[in-house]
Write a protein that binds this ligand. Structure first.
Ligand SMILES: Nc1ncnc2c1ncn2[C@@H]1O[C@H](COP(=O)(O)OP(=O)(O)OP(=O)(O)O)[C@@H](O)[C@H]1O
Length: 619
């Protein structure tokens, strides 16, 4: 049938489309509509200027129907003189209907039906079959099939409690229209979706969709990842490199794709992966079967216990305090974040800590391209990963362990002993380099005894870090009083911050942007926060630094350690409470809107560990 259709479609069949006589052609993955002649005198465009190109992957359905010719011969002089119309008008009209997505400037998608009329029933049917075949070929090539059966979780309480109505009015009709079967679960309690995904048989489904905010997607991701590791007998505590897995981590990748229908107070993933928070657009990305890999980080406590997976922001300090405050103001709805933000700002605090990080080979400065469809950075990393053979992963891992075979944490020299800290510190001998703060102001090397210091051994990193050594630089360490330690796995754009915490972060490049906001005045910190409203450079502050990293580890410095005449950790302004005046408090972590109260954590990036129903933002 396909061959017959293809043959027929090579003939020069003419269709009437949008007041033009036109021909159709499929090439380079798109349906081309080329206009040959205009059928109405008053149409301003010339036929040669009219050329429409519909990517096959944007076509939703193709069908045929019968209709009436819709010419008005009294108004249309050209029509009445046109040979095609004269022949056709007396014969029946067959319509080839191509339903496709149409795209608006704000990246919203809607369904549009293109109607091509002809008097030849056979040509109409052949073209219908031909487009269907080509569409299937295109889907097979990209190995992204369109979902037929979806598991849908709706959080009835997230955001303004609108998720149920959003699904009912904007999404369900679209799924019904294309014949997607759904199993809908209204969540009854926190972690209901997570438990459901962990315990139930999912073989029947092609994907899981969360209707709510980022918190709902986070639940589903955690449930699915935990379940997948269980199914594959992979302990969550281990991140050793797995030679059988093309991923940079030992975690097994789930086969189900995931989607979010944005209906929460923060829908960061929708902003970052499609450029808006429009539920219908998200539904259409699911319907056309889009697929884009998404990096995740796994969070482990300092004793190696698994905490959770996260896909966007993991932040300590100010954002942790905002979330902590906002949980107490839940009854205020989404506006609680504004109140909590003001409250945390009034009580602004810097937290003493130490950050170990493994820089990526592509540093933040040189990786300035934005993540846009088709994103070569994300796709390159996938291709590279595919070339990364199991043998190479194992040999790199071995080399990495041999090169860094130190078992004890090195003694950091005193400030007076060390002038150029980045070079002459003992740490460099075992693969650590201690950074010098660009300002040279906020912190200096400290004289701190090992006995009082939380033990971080190089081996403890090797156990948990699962990135190929050849893709990374050496581990580095820095310390100071931090208002915030942020990590952005993606740009983290949202309605309040349209360019995000880190505008050039990618969805699937295997890196996370580590943003260290050191102690400064309230006014400076406010300027830093304000810089997120616009396009401007949010890293152009002397107290802010950014590193593109594959992994990092945070250790809070305790009061005992501070008391060891640690001059580096003195506040530089009187505005923010001094550590001497206050007890040495710790903050909590805010990871995708969930709280982790333990301050000491390990954060590891896992490249493209899940696939989203998305293609990335189209320019
Ligand atoms: N039925 C339920 N009752 C209470 N909590 C739920 C329920 N279903 C899901 N949750 C939890 O609510 C949290 C927030 O949900 P979601 O992300 O959908 O909405 P949100 O409005 O963006 O978030 P938030 O309310 O935190 O601003 C999620 O972390 C999820 O675990």
């Amino acid at each position: 049938m396909a061959v017959v259709a293809a043959k027929a479609c090579n003939d020069n069949v003419q269709f009437v489309y949008n007041k033009f006589l036109c021909s159709l052609q499929i090439k380079h993955g798109a349906l081309h509509v080329r206009c040959l002649k205009k059928l109405r005198l008053l149409v301003p465009r010339s036929p040669s200027s009219y050329h429409k190109e519909v990517p096959l992957c944007d076509i939703i359905s193709v069908s045929t129907s019968r209709a009436e010719w819709n010419f008005n011969s009294t108004n249309d002089t050209l029509v009445t003189n046109n040979a095609y119309f004269n022949q056709s008008s007396s014969s029946p009209c067959y319509v080839l209907e191509v339903e496709t997505v149409t795209k608006f400037r704000d990246k919203r998608w809607k369904i549009k039906t293109l109607k091509f009329q002809t008097s030849c029933e056979i040509s109409c049917n052949d073209w219908c079959q031909y487009i269907k075949c080509k569409l299937q070929e295109c889907l097979n090539k990209s190995s992204c099939q369109r979902p037929q059966n979806l598991l849908v979780f709706i959080n009835p309480y997230g955001g303004r409690g609108k998720a149920k109505s959003v699904y009912k009015h904007e999404v369900a009709p679209l799924f019904e229209k294309v014949g997607i079967q759904t199993t809908v679960v209204l969540t009854q309690y926190r972690n209901h979706a997570r438990e459901y995904v962990e315990k139930n048989d999912l073989d029947f489904f092609d994907g899981i969709v969360a209707v709510g905010g980022d918190g709902m997607l986070n639940e589903v991701i955690n449930g699915l990842l935990v379940r997948t590791q269980k199914d594959n007998n992979i302990p969550l505590e281990s991140c050793a490199i797995n030679s059988g897995n093309a991923s940079s981590s030992s975690y097994a990748k789930p086969t189900l794709r995931l989607g979010l229908i944005p209906a929460g107070s923060t829908n960061c993933i929708s902003y970052v992966s499609q450029g808006n928070e429009d539920p219908a657009t998200s539904a259409l990305h699911i319907i056309v079967g889009d697929s884009h890999p998404l990096d995740l980080v796994s969070l482990h406590s300092d004793d190696g216990a698994f905490l959770r997976f996260s896909f966007s922001m993991t932040s300590y300090g100010y954002f942790g305090d905002v979330l902590d405050n906002s949980e107490r103001l839940r009854k205020l709805g989404p506006s609680r974040y504004d109140f909590a933000g003001i409250n945390a700002f009034v009580q602004l605090q810097a937290y003493p800590g130490e950050v170990h990080y493994l820089p990526s080979k592509v540093d933040h400065q040189s990786g300035q391209s934005k993540c846009r469809y088709p994103c070569s950075t994300c796709m390159d990393s996938i291709r590279k990963k595919q070339n990364y053979t199991p043998d190479k992963i194992e040999s790199d891992a071995k080399q990495f362990t041999e090169n860094n075979n130190a078992t004890s944490f090195p003694t950091v020299q005193s400030a007076s002993e060390v002038n150029d800290f980045s070079v002459h510190c003992d740490l460099s001998e075992i693969g650590f380099t201690v950074n010098k703060n660009p300002t040279g102001l906020e912190y200096e090397p400290v004289n701190i005894g090992m006995s009082a210091f939380p033990m971080i051994t190089q081996n403890s990193f090797v156990e948990h870090i699962s990135v190929p050594a050849s893709d990374c630089e050496e581990w580095k360490v820095t310390r100071g009083n931090f208002i915030m330690v942020n990590s952005a796995l993606m740009s983290c754009a949202c309605a309040k911050c349209p360019y995000g915490l880190s505008p050039t972060a990618h969805l699937a490049d295997g890196n996370v942007d580590l943003i260290l906001v050191r102690q400064s005045s309230r006014a400076n910190f406010f300027r830093y926060l304000l810089s997120h409203i616009g396009k401007g450079d949010r890293f152009d502050f002397p107290f802010v630094e950014v590193h593109r990293v594959r992994a990092f580890q945070y250790r809070a410095i305790t009061k005992d350690e501070i008391s060891l005449s640690d001059s580096s950790l003195e506040p530089i302004t009187e505005e923010i409470p001094s550590l001497e005046k206050k007890t040495c408090k710790t903050s909590c972590w805010n990871t995708d809107g969930e709280i982790i109260s333990k301050p000491n954590i390990n954060v590891l990036v896992h490249r493209g560990l899940v696939n989203l129903f998305s293609r990335g933002i189209e320019e």
